[in-house]
Design a protein around this ligand. Sequence first.
Ligand code: HEC
Ligand code: HEC
Ligand code: HEC
Ligand code: HEC
Ligand code: HEC
Ligand code: HEC
Ligand code: HEC
Length: 380
Amino acid sequence: MIRRFFLPAGLVLLALCGVWAGLSAYWLNPRSALVPNTPQRPRIVGTAACQDCHQSMADRYETSGHAHTFSLTIRSDIARQLAGDTFEDPQRKQTFRYHFDAEGLSASLPDVFGEERFPLTYALGSGTHAVTFLTLLPRRDGATVGLEHRVSYYHDLHGLGLTVGHPFVKDPVEDSEQFGKIVNERQLAQCIDCHTTQARIEHHELIDVIPHVGCESCHGPGSVHVAAQQAGRTDTSFQVTDHWPTALDELKTCGKCHRMPESLKASELVRTSPVLPRFQPAGMMQSRCYTESEGALRCTTCHDPHAKVSSDRQHYEQICANCHRQQSVAACPQGTESCITCHMPAIRFEGVASFHDHWIRVRTADDPAAVSMEEAVATE
Ligand code: HEC
Ligand code: HEC
Ligand code: HEC
Ligand code: HEC
Ligand code: HEC
Ligand code: HEC
Ligand code: HEC
């Protein structure tokens, strides 16, 4: 770790005072005395606790992207494979060099800092599309911020590229900014929220981490269910039909991370938007398949949230046909198959990944251009 990325000691003291203030507030809080009398609120117990009884589900889940959204780089195969690689920053005209040791991945900028290495602690994303590296850092005021590394691994590029959304800063103020973009406290909390089942930031570190999008990210905290099942009591609190009675209930669970329309700007919720294809719930909710099917369409109509996303076109087209041929819904004057290619094609995102446009519709000339078949095959 490079020394200059740490804070002066005086500020560490300040941070400790903050913790002390927090602790005394907790001890002085009279409400804490009441807690034992209130009914036990379910706690998160972790995906491993579900395995014993739902083994086959857990095995299937292990193959999904959800099971690989957040790792220490020390445990990431993609990070390990970067050892010895270099990447030439096309904007800043300097070269990153990657190292892998017992601490995990780190990067150096030999032209700027010589041998010094900047740690890259966490790997976000499974690599199906991309992996971005994240490090927690103390800010001068004691707060914990994130540093999103300037370079990411992209599956479609078969290697490294500039991280999407990183502006070109000619002369960064902080040395650490040579290695990436500072993610403020709020953004860091959200980033960790969407990519882990549970984690807390303390002393510029993550503790109580339950990595990845686990069972309880969707089903909710499981302690009560587990205790009941272990004691041999029937437990209906986890019935999926009660948890997601309507399509909208389910969409809100997925949309918490995959984004609901509310979290996008009006200018992003239009047919021509280049970013909307990345946000499947927000996109799908614009489609007449959703708005005119009276709650019959939800994410799990097409996807098993416990498995790797299927690329079997016939599986999806059968589902289109269930509504569009078997029922009194309009049929296509154009095609009897390949529905996906024409009505929900893959759209290129920032040149480094592609996402299927879930706003199912008849496409027009000003809609974002679809990835061509040749291009799609080339990147598989
Ligand atoms: C806590 C956040 C979170 C929630 C809730 C969530 N997802 Fe995801 N989902 C992710 C992340 C992060 C990824 C990226 C995984 C990767 O890097 O491959 C992902 C990936 C996916 C993929 C691609 C998976 C693959 O194997 O390629 C599908 C499909 C998906 N999610 C569907 C859903 C559905 C359906 C729901 C709701 C039932 C849902 N997700 C709820 C965060 C979430
Ligand atoms: C609101 C929830 C949310 C936040 C905040 C968030 N992500 Fe994600 N992230 C997702 C979801 C959902 C996906 C899956 C996208 C897909 O495959 O459609 C994803 C995918 C990814 C991927 C894989 C590439 C891809 O697009 O599939 C990387 C890398 C990633 N996120 C990094 C980050 C980093 C780093 C941060 C914070 C600095 C962050 N994310 C913040 C929800 C979130
Ligand atoms: C991304 C969200 C998500 C994650 C992660 C997830 N589930 Fe589910 N699960 C759902 C949804 C939505 C349903 C209802 C629709 C369905 O069955 O596909 C469901 C259904 C179920 C069911 C009842 C249906 C059946 O096929 O038996 C069980 C049991 C279950 N999940 C257990 C688990 C376990 C155990 C894990 C972790 C290994 C897990 N789930 C992870 C969203 C999720
Ligand atoms: C001690 C065994 C046991 C453990 C541990 C356990 N479950 Fe269950 N679970 C069951 C049994 C038994 C049922 C009811 C029968 C069934 O659907 O398989 C059930 C039902 C469910 C359902 C409802 C399925 C439906 O049809 O609606 C979900 C969802 C679920 N479990 C998820 C989880 C998750 C998530 C965890 C981990 C936090 C977990 N379970 C831990 C035994 C267990
Ligand atoms: C749950 C039922 C349902 C499913 C599943 C479904 N649709 Fe639809 N779709 C509808 C309804 C309802 C409409 C609007 C009324 C109509 O056209 O009769 C519609 C409209 C459409 C339209 C015209 C929309 C426009 O604004 O241009 C297209 C194209 C379409 N669907 C294609 C598909 C494709 C492709 C699939 C599979 C990927 C699919 N649909 C899956 C119910 C469904
Ligand atoms: C009518 C069928 C259908 C429905 C409903 C549907 N999807 Fe998809 N989804 C697809 C198809 C087709 C693909 C492309 C699969 C492939 O890679 O070939 C896909 C791919 C994805 C991916 C991988 C990244 C991408 O965009 O290519 C994610 C994540 C995803 N869907 C999430 C969701 C979520 C969240 C919902 C609910 C809002 C949802 N999907 C509803 C058909 C559907
Ligand atoms: C070769 C591209 C292509 C394929 C493949 C295709 N469509 Fe279409 N579809 C179109 C076009 C273009 C239109 C607009 C109507 C027209 O110009 O004839 C359309 C119109 C529709 C409509 C609206 C009809 C109306 O009267 O409002 C629906 C619904 C539809 N398609 C569903 C499907 C389904 C379901 C499949 C798969 C079984 C499918 N399409 C396959 C190109 C295609």
